[in-house]
Design a protein around this ligand. Structure first.
Ligand code: M6R
Length: 613
């Protein structure tokens, strides 16, 4: 979603804003803009499309000043065009605002302001903010800060804001409610940004803003307060990611780099959560064994790829505990009446920790008295901060829009958590847990094996990439893998792809099968009882002349006779096979996207962090 960067200090703001916006490109956007205070005026430059267009414009019409805000817009209200791009200004052009979020009551506010004589130019919800501030100043607000507070007390919805005033040459204002925003603390300079990667090369210390906070930034300091004016103490924290973590490190794309990082990340997680006192270690974990012993139900909520890992987590938790476990899409869960009581644990899964629907679900469940356990990748994110306990996946910044390393790290987190909970409840025997953990240790090497065979995967992708559609089938642990494989394919290659539980084929989708349709069948095995069922499903596809691409365990002669193409994986315990199989599907989608010439790291219409509903 929209990205925000702001600067106040002694250097020229413009290149710093562009540099920060480039580092936020992964969030997805369709237009961009900056406002910089030059001489006595706020100069605004905007453009549609990639940042390079804005850079070109700035090269032709430079703007220089030590105070500025920049924005990448992911359109919600109004099409992507220059007028709708941020920054937006008031009637006089003396107040400039960049915004991430949605002002839900903007129509009502706009009507009121229009009746007062304010002139609106764009179709956006955001534009009401500068006009509201303008109106509050005209109505007698004694300071810009107070005008911001009064204006924001009237705005409903979500916002992260950066605000400039033409007559405040040394002050940047910001506010947050429901959309992420951080302050970067430098020497004689301060930044605001939507997240840490935007400014990781500029500052080593940050402040994570809380909802309802307004912040005033000057070169020499920051002050925080709440919307009612009460002061807030700034908690300055060190930046924990390295600047190199947001570089491509020689790979052609971030996605390819992140796919290759998976064995290392999983190995790290395994090392951190090794065997200790008869269970897996969960250092610094805020929910202990006594809590899990009393638990009677688990509800997993998440969106997109994280929802797929939640489906996997359910299967694993059911396997090793007696808990009733349900997984739901956060966007659906928040509108359900799921009869949940405080005896239910909510597990919220989110790479970014900023997904609006996941956050809303957490807040709803908290109001019912439930404990929240987050599986999250971003320290300091809202999900992490609002949860009772966090299992950090420690995968490092994920820049490619398509989830890859965060996905396998979430699967691993679920495995380790399930063992911990199973042991805590006395439902998973120590010897069995140890055996499972031993098998889990083989996963990083198994992923290496897949990475080493990427040329074979590329050959298959090259052969099948140009069809209009493809179908992904799996069962049990690999049903979520099938859904994830299809999601990867459609989001980066734009080829329609559908993931399905193979047993459901006969109930409809089998009608799709003909001699042109690639059907990716996940049929790996060690001792899984659904293997035989999967073979039957593949035969049904074969009987209708579907083009079978099988994911199979090395040496499986049965599959070799059925499939047109085979992607081999090493023998892996069935429960953990999704962590390996999905890497094959990530690469399959990757090479299909490459063959189709898409923008792999920044696929069209998508945002990395979905901070609006
Ligand atoms: O940050 P989150 O894990 O909460 O994001 C949830 C989804 O938006 C995300 O998994 C999305 O589906 C991926 N980009 C898919 O690759």
């Amino acid at each position: 979603m929209c990205g925000i960067v702001g600067y106040v200090g002694k250097r020229n703001a413009t290149p710093l804003l562009i540099n920060g916006l480039k580092r936020l490109e992964y969030r997805g956007y369709d237009s961009a803009g900056v406002a910089v205070r030059q001489a006595d005026a706020l100069v605004v430059r905007k453009s549609v499309g990639r940042l390079a267009v804005l850079e070109q414009k700035l090269a032709e019409h430079p703007v220089t000043g030590t105070l500025g805000v920049g924005h990448t817009r992911w359109a919600t209200h109004g099409e992507p065009n220059e007028v709708n791009s941020h920054p937006h200004t008031d009637c006089t052009g003396r107040i400039a605002v960049v915004h991430n979020g949605i002002i839900e009551n903007y129509q009502e506010l706009r009507a009121e302001l229009t009746a007062q004589g304010h002139k609106f130019r764009s179709q956006t919800d955001t534009e009401v903010i500068p006009h509201l501030i303008e109106a509050e100043l005209a109505a007698g607000a004694p300071t810009p800060e107070e005008a911001i507070r009064r204006a924001l007390r009237r705005a409903k919805g979500a916002y992260a804001l950066g605000i400039l005033f033409h007559d405040q040459p040394h002050t940047l204002y910001a506010a947050r409610h429901g959309s992420p925003l951080i302050v970067g603390v430098g020497r004689d300079e301060h930044f605001i940004a939507s997240d840490v990667p935007a400014i990781v090369d500029q500052v080593q210390r940050v402040i994570y803003l809380d909802d309802g906070e307004v912040v005033i930034l000057r070169a020499d300091g920051v002050s925080l307060s709440r919307l009612d004016g009460t002061a807030v103490e700034a908690k300055i924290q060190p930046v924990t990611i390295a600047a190199e973590a947001v570089e491509k490190a020689g790979f052609e794309t971030f996605m390819l780099k992140e796919i290759h990082e998976q064995p290392r990340i999983l190995r790290q997680l395994l090392a951190r959560h090794g065997w200790q006192s008869g269970t897996v270690a969960l250092p610094d974990f805020a929910l202990g064994a006594p809590y899990f012993r009393k638990l009677n139900r688990v509800m997993i909520v998440a969106c997109g790829s994280a929802y797929h890992t939640g489906m996997y987590g359910k299967l694993l938790l059911e396997n090793v505990t007696s808990l009733a476990v349900e997984t739901d899409l956060a966007s659906e869960f928040r509108y359900r009446d799921p009869k949940i009581d405080p005896g239910t644990l909510i597990i919220a899964v989110s790479q970014s920790g900023e997904t609006a629907d996941t956050l809303a679900s957490i807040r709803m469940a908290k109001s019912w008295g439930c404990k929240i356990l987050a599986i999250c990748n971003v320290p300091g994110s809202t999900v992490a901060r609002e949860s009772d306990a966090v299992f950090f996946t420690e995968a490092g910044p994920e820049i490619g829009v398509a989830a890859t390393k965060s996905f396998t790290a979430q699967l691993m987190a679920f495995a380790l958590l399930a063992f911990f909970i199973g042991r805590a409840r006395g439902e998973l025997a120590e010897t069995q847990a140890q055996e499972l953990l031993t098998d889990l240790q083989t996963i990083p090497d198994a992923i290496h094996y897949v990475l080493d065979r990427k040329d074979e995967i590329r050959t298959v992708a090259d052969k099948h990439h140009d069809g209009p559609s493809s179908l992904y089938l799996g069962r049990r642990f690999n049903y979520p893998t099938a859904l994830e494989g299809a999601l990867k394919n459609k989001e980066i290659s734009y080829q329609h792809a559908e993931g399905y539980a193979a047993g459901e084929m006969k109930h409809g989708p089998i009608a799709l099968i003909n001699e042109y349709l690639p059907v990716i069948c996940i049929c790996t095995r060690t001792r899984d009882e659904v293997y035989a069922k999967m073979i039957s499903n593949i035969k049904e596809v074969e009987a209708r002349h579907g083009r079978i691409i099988a994911l199979a365990t090395d040496g499986d002669a049965t599959i070799a006779q059925l499939a047109e193409d085979i992607l081999w994986v090493p023998p892996t315990r069935d429960e953990f096979s999704p962590m390996v199989n999905v890497v094959t599907l990530q690469l399959l989608a990757y090479y299909a996207a490459q063959a189709r010439g898409t923008d792999i790291d920044k696929p069209r219409n998508l945002a990395k962090s979905v901070t609006v509903e």
